[in-house]
Design a protein around this ligand. Structure first.
Ligand code: PXL
Length: 278
């Protein structure tokens, strides 16, 4: 199997099991080189801790990228997540447009909202900036909240197929080629993923746990990228990531002290099995 060089751009939340502390181990475990560009350093994530520190690394990014360009460093996959500022979105767009090898796959997880609400540091100006990444990515991986903010559609928990089709057509209107929507099901007792690829829709539904866990969007997108790196096609990679993420939520259920994230490490062997590695 080809050994891939992947760049992931997102924050380091020192504690909290999200973003880079999730992406780096998961993609590495999938067997590929994982390079990082930290967007910010936080003491914890912003989803439930109070008084977290936040160091914005926007001003470090241009010189890091310039150095990589001088060294002729380029990537097979570029995967972006939680970013630190609006200015950074423009820098990241330039990275997506210029730092990929031939046939580079560009995956953008908007990573700015959940349950119909923006994460605490973001506002509509950030959402507007994030729209500009749509034409630069091959696969957008939003949850329903992010898809609604990006398209200006009302966030609904009760929806039908027509609503989702409208959402997808608006995302395509923003320049998205392929959309992998997470947390979607037309049956309230289940959840799942929906892939829109070149006019074709494929869905995968699975068990829904009573309680989700923080950071599962990052676990999902990281496992998806790891599976793509292993040569899986979009839908197969999306299914593998869904099965693995569900297992991580199951591994965390019932541990009240672990409210801030999902225990993704114990089931890394299961992810390897889904990838056909053992
Ligand atoms: O999991 C998304 C995420 C990533 N990084 C930071 C966050 C969050 C969600 O709250 O706060 C810093």
């Amino acid at each position: 199997m080809a050994y891939k060089k992947i760049l992931t751009i997102q924050d380091i939340s020192c504690v909290g099991q999200c973003s880079l502390t999730v992406a780096l181990p998961i993609i590495s475990a999938c067997g590929h080189e994982t390079c990082i560009l930290p967007s910010a350093v936080l003491s914890t994530h912003t989803g439930g801790f109070s008084g977290f520190t936040f160091r914005d690394l926007t001003d470090d990014m241009p010189s890091i990228v310039e150095h990589w360009k001088k060294e002729k460093i380029a990537f097979d996959i570029i995967y972006t997540g939680y970013l630190g500022s609006i200015k950074q979105v423009g820098i990241v767009k330039n990275i997506l447009d210029t730092m990929g090898k031939d046939k580079c796959i560009k995956v953008v997880d908007p990573a700015f909202a959940d349950n119909g609400k923006l994460y605490s540091i973001f506002d509509m100006e950030y959402v507007e900036a994030m729209r500009t990444l749509c034409p630069s990515c091959d696969v957008l991986v939003p949850n329903l909240s992010e898809a609604c903010f990006l398209t200006g559609m009302e966030y609904k928990e009760d929806y039908d197929e027509q609503y989702i089709i409208m959402l997808l057509s608006r995302l395509v209107g923003l320049g998205c080629k392929t959309v992998l929507l997470t947390g979607i099901s037309f049956d309230k007792s289940k959840t799942g993923i929906l892939l829109y690829d070149n006019g074709k829709i494929q869905r995968y539904e699975h068990e829904k746990m009573a309680k989700g866990a923080h950071g599962t969007g990052d676990i999902y997108a990281s496992a998806f990228v790891g599976a793509l790196a292993c040569g899986k096609k979009n839908f197969a990679a999306g299914k593998i990531a869904a099965d693995y993420t569900l297992q991580c939520i199951k591994d965390t259920q019932g541990d009240k002290k672990h409210w801030y994230g999902a225990k993704f490490e114990p089931s890394l062997p299961y992810l390897m099995k889904l990838l056909g590695k053992n």
